[in-house]
Design a protein around this ligand. Structure first.
Ligand SMILES: *Cc1c(COP(=O)(O)O)cnc(C)c1O
Length: 361
């Protein structure tokens, strides 16, 4: 392959080209220090500055103040499935989970190993093609927290409202739509996201946590699992994924330069709409998600049969359209159009979809 292709991979996924170029230019000698960022101590003042700057930028972009901390940890979103109940689900409490897809299900399963949980709504019977309405959530007023998954990466649905929990802490897995649209982040007590979809490379997970939650962390946890200890040490309790955090900081700078969340949301909506418009033209392509619940990050659809889907994938790849095979659990096609995907990429895919339909419809 001579040139870079349009990369629609669900995660790890495409990164802004400017960010890759900056990392390349700084790789051998970071800021004239004479060593690579890859070789630098996590206790070096230059690295501490990167962590502090990343925290500041994240808060600025999310629009939250100093009553929040932002941590850069390891173990992916999957580790957070366990850390959330380990830290906050006491023996005499229950937690509420809304099940809107496979990752929500995984989060639930981990919590069940740690304490008592309630499924307060599930869309499993409808193959997770929509998000439940507020009235459908059977929330418990004494719950330790409510857990939701704001974007369902595999099914291609997204919450377009923030549920009202009446004072119960709201916790969200935002792995696949973090910082992709303006959102009242102050409604959330804890938000976590694997960086590899919207924020950087794999190996870093971002946790935004309200300070009042740090006071509620259960006693006696191993240090490495305690949000309180991790926050007290500014994400440097042990050696963090230094290069990943550096890359994440570059992505946040790129996002700020782009115009922040209002600008990126417009960009993301325009991109996804190009694809949904083709799906809605007739019955050749069938979208998985109900239109009102569609994701602006993962566009999922089927073709008339498996054979055509196979041909579609093969031909797309020849056109430089990469990574659009659907998840094995739902099949079909999934185009992931995270922040860093360009409009040109979606224009190319939309044109290819129309051309393929004309030839095979
Ligand atoms: C990708 C993804 C995960 C899994 O993340 P890991 O970092 O691989 O653990 C969890 N939740 C959602 C919503 C995801 O999209």
């Amino acid at each position: 392959m001579q040139e870079r292709v349009f990369n629609f991979n669900p995660g790890p996924s495409t990164l802004p080209l400017e960010v890759l170029q900056q990392a390349q230019s700084e790789l051998l000698n970071y800021k004239g220090i004479g060593i690579s960022i890859l070789e630098m101590s996590h206790r070096a003042p230059e690295f501490e500055e990167i962590v502090a700057e990343a925290e500041k930028l994240f808060k600025e972009l999310a629009g939250v103040g100093d009553d929040y901390r932002v941590l850069f940890l390891q173990g992916g979103a999957s580790q957070q499935f366990a850390l959330v109940p380990l830290n906050f689900l006491a023996a005499d409490k229950t937690a509420d989970y809304v099940i809107t897809g496979s990752f929500a299900e995984k989060a639930l399963k981990e919590a069940q190993k740690i304490g008592k949980v309630n499924v307060v709504a599930t869309t499993a019977a409808e193959k997770h093609k929509r998000i439940p309405k507020q009235e459908e959530l059977n929330l418990n007023k004494d719950a330790a927290y409510v857990h939701i998954t704001t974007n369902n990466t595999i099914y291609g649905t997204q919450w377009h409202y923030i549920p009202e929990t009446n004072g119960v802490p709201l916790i969200a897995d935002m792995s696949s739509d973090i910082l992709s649209r303006p959102l009242d982040y102050s409604k959330f007590d804890l938000v976590y996201a694997g960086a590899q979809k919207n924020l950087g490379p794999s190996g870093v997970v971002v946790v935004m946590i309200h300070k009042r939650m740090l006071e509620r962390v259960k006693e006696g946890l191993p240090n490495i699992f305690s949000y309180e200890i991790l926050a007290k040490n500014n994400s440097l309790y042990n050696t963090p994924p230094t290069f990943g955090i550096y890359m994440l900081k570059l992505v946040l700078e790129w996002l700020k330069k782009f115009g922040g969340l209002p600008a990126i949301a417009k960009h993301n909506e325009a991109k996804a709409t190009l694809l949904y418009d083709v799906i809605d033209e007739d019955d050749f392509y069938r979208g998985h998600a109900e239109p009102a619940h569609r994701s602006y990050m993962n566009v999922t659809f089927r073709l008339p049969n498996d054979e055509l889907e196979k041909t579609f994938l093969q031909e797309a790849e020849k056109e430089g359209i990469f990574g659009i095979k659907g998840h094995r659990s739902v099949g079909g096609i999934r185009a992931s159009v995270y922040n860093a995907m360009s409009l040109a990429g979606c224009e190319k895919l939309a044109a290819f979809m129309r051309d393929f339909k004309k030839r095979n419809g």
